[in-house]
Write a protein that binds this ligand. Sequence first.
Ligand SMILES: CC(C)(COP(=O)(O)OP(=O)(O)OC[C@H]1O[C@@H](n2cnc3c(N)ncnc32)[C@H](O)[C@@H]1OP(=O)(O)O)[C@@H](O)C(=O)NCCC(=O)NCCS
Length: 169
Amino acid sequence: MITIRPAEPGDAQALVELGSAVGQEDGSWLLTTEQWRSIPDERRYLRAVRRHPDAAVFVAAEDGRPLGRLSLSRDVHPASRHVADLGLMIAETHRRRGVGRALLDQAVTWAASTGVEKLELHVFPWNEPAIGLYESYGFEREGVRRGQYLRDGAPVDAILMALLLGDRS
Ligand SMILES: CC(C)(COP(=O)(O)OP(=O)(O)OC[C@H]1O[C@@H](n2cnc3c(N)ncnc32)[C@H](O)[C@@H]1OP(=O)(O)O)[C@@H](O)C(=O)NCCC(=O)NCCS
């Protein structure tokens, strides 16, 4: 059974492996194209996030082992503290089973518990699976950010998408 829970420092290795594997897929889904951060750095990050009210990492896990990751980070500026950015990835072996949607449900729950009213994300224009998920969930395109990221040194566009939580019925 797949369950969703807060990430623990002990998930560091599995999450590094997941990020590295997804980052190296031919689909070029993520900014990270080579090694994810190191396992000790990931462990430190997961430990820090657990103490931090403005950020969270959740995992979808099967038999304890993470196969999906949701990262959330709230804006620090007082004028945009109601906004949080999210990142999402599911292991290639476990896609199209509703795990991505379940992690978005978790993002909405986290947002409600922290007073976040808007979830936003960046997605590459060629990432049809992710855009399909986000649009089916209710995220709307807010614009295209030209040359927003350097990917392997080359500028790439990113679509900015957002979900206004007050709009959800
Ligand atoms: C995008 C991603 C997170 C989707 O996760 P997932 O667990 O497969 O998504 P779900 O099974 O919850 O899909 C829910 C809905 O999203 C849409 N969707 C998901 N994958 C899709 C695809 N390949 N093509 C079109 N629509 C898709 C569908 O509407 C789907 O509902 P349905 O299966 O009932 O038709 C996953 O493909 C992934 O991790 N990709 C690589 C990393 C990535 O791109 N992360 C996002 C970066 S912005």
